[in-house]
Design a protein around this ligand. Sequence first.
Ligand code: UTP
Length: 792
Amino acid sequence: MECEGDVQSSAKGFYCKLCDINAPNKLSLQEHLKGKKHQHLCRLRAKRKAQAENSIFVSGFKPDTSRTELAEYFQQYGPVSEVIMDKEKGVYAIVEFSETAGTQSALAQLEHRMDGLKIRVKPRERKDFALASKEKHDTKRPHISLEKLNYEICQAASVNEQMLKVVESFQLSENDQKARELLVQLLQEVFTEFLPDCQIVPFGSSVNTFGVHSCDLDLVLDLEHTKAVQTQGKKSEQTGENQSEDGRSEDSMLSDIDLATASPAEVLELVTAILLKCVPGVHKVQSLSTARLPVVKFSYRELSLQGDITINNRLAVRNTRFLQLVSGLDSRVRPLVYTVRFWAKQKQLAGNPFGGGPLLNNYALTLLVIFYLQNVNPPVLPSVEQLKNLACEEEQCVIDGWDCSFPSLPLRVPTSKNTEDLCALLFGFFTFYSKFDFPGSVVSLREGRALPITDFLGRDEAMTDTPEGSDQKQKQITGPKLGPVNILDPFDLHHNVAGNVSERTHRNFHRECCEAEKYCRSQQYHHKSAKGKSWGLVRLFAPHDGGSQSKDGKEKTLDISIPFRASILSESLRKELGSAGDAFRLHWFGKLCTAVETVFKDVLKCTPAEEPANNQHQTKSGKDEEEEVNNNKSPTTTGQQVTTHSGVKRPLPVEESPSSSSSPQGKRQRLDPCAQHPDKSHWSLAQRHQVWAGRRKVRRDLLKKSEESAEPEGSCSSIESRVTQCIIEKEADPRDLLEFRVDAAVVGGGESTKAVLKFSSTNDLTGHFQDFFHFLESFLPKMVDTLLAKLQ
Ligand code: UTP
């Protein structure tokens, strides 16, 4: 049963390709090969193989042809055991004979005709069984979760290794690629039925070596040859000659449209009709004829993927070829592109999930990486102009007037002398773009350098001044659409691939590059943490803090207000506050801050946020954390607290004076701003556990076991802290979940006095900040009130 070919040796011992499992040694391998699962799959494979050998692929019949009619027709070549038809559209069928002889005679027949139509008969495609069985599993595999990715890259030994793991985690698997190829084949077959000699050519991330699971399938429908066929057909018609011999014109939709004169909208309409009516599994078809490049979008159920079809977009096919070449020139290109793409996605700088949008598209981002690699010293990649000069005669290529020549094989390009590793190159990428003068420059991969924007200004004006001329003449004087970010396409030198990018995206890109650059200088970027803490790429991949900004770009704060409520306070505290006169506000605020701190530290078991290595880390709000550490005080009754470790404070006894004390780290306390601002306080904290998840259930179970009376949530701090402890103990694998900052202030006066606590995430590696905040919104005020009520 062909077992030997199924096994290969692997890092983990042996790997059985058929069953997709590893066996650590020969003995367990033998057991596996004799086992039920392997034997069953072997039998199934043998059956499928026989089925495939006995069947043929048939297309080109009339749409209303039935299975019985097909079976009757093919009986003449041998007994037919089954006819499988694509149910939805009836475009193709698989006819299975009882014996191989039937297949052979049907295939040997030169021409098949049914109802006067010439039909196509081909051998059935034989899929590798193991691939076929994994295909669905792989192509529908969900995106790797950020937590899993972080966990995996944390295990790597170096940033270089982390970057390779990023590629491994995201790249399209062989099965993904195979499935896409099969879909392209299917589309090719169907479209050829209606548009003879057309070509369906994939481009973009499915084939440019930078694809990720479930990325779009970008396709070009090349109709140049079809146009020629049509023109030829028309001439024959006029001269009264026979129509095309293979009968194409009889069943072709081509008769409905003249490709030479049709508008893009008309062609797209035709493509839409073919997709909808004739391609099984295709749905959600939408034509966008007014886009810069008119496109038909569709979804393909079986692979759960989105596809785009543009017409005659040969430049895109060529620039995809260029990206393939570049990726083959140096093995560092792919890890860098994948890492930068993922970083940019996390920071919401690139992606534009619905096509055009204000962010960078992935193509533009990839060009930015290439441009940077052209500009490091010594360069990792040559300029496009240098590549052009290395192209031989057969590689000369001009599309739409643009020179797209470059060597077809990486071998023909001299190897780079640059020896920097991935870790250094990534750091360099952020440094390069944190300093790059986007407003004053145009990125030119063609020349491999930044061109002054002044060279491009006024080109539009020049165009309006010019009387109507030839296309060529117009091309020489029109320029790219300029914007906050200008990246010239390597071939179409009038196209700014970042033309859609907004000023805000530009600002964010610059800011994120600066932050990343700063982080890359720290020990945490370069060295694996011995304590299992996040390091290297993990912190770079922390999602953009969506909560801190609202849609209009203004700072959005997550606030929790806790009003002053005299009624919940103890009698003695009420009296004490009453006797403080106007100062009661600060007095109450001091008590409240102590309660808030107790909730975070004792009830929710938050820990001090780790201090950045160089103590210079900028928070999102632009504040310097050095200042933050020294200012990390909250007022108690006297408005004095001291930092016990970075970011956490302990109330000082009244008699302890901050000026005479120093923190355990020996830091001298600077001027005490809280003494001047006793109406404010802040904390920097970390939460390593999802203490909010499933909390109610844990609480219920705990109360049941201990037979304590069912108290409402937040009414007893000791129960709540036990709930937290239970959750922590259940969580097997604590990691840095999130770090956040709380800024508290007392506002209002008299009856309407209240404390406002502003929350912002300073390091949200797994995107849990919002969930945590929502939990705090109800939990924190209740808990604080409970604690305040107990104070005498
Ligand atoms: P995308 O930006 O979609 O890149 O452009 P991608 O690599 O396919 O990434 P996904 O799909 O977001 O994962 C797709 C292709 O479209 C062409 C390029 O060939 C690019 O590879 N393109 C895109 C252009 O020619 N010009 C553009 O301005 C944008």
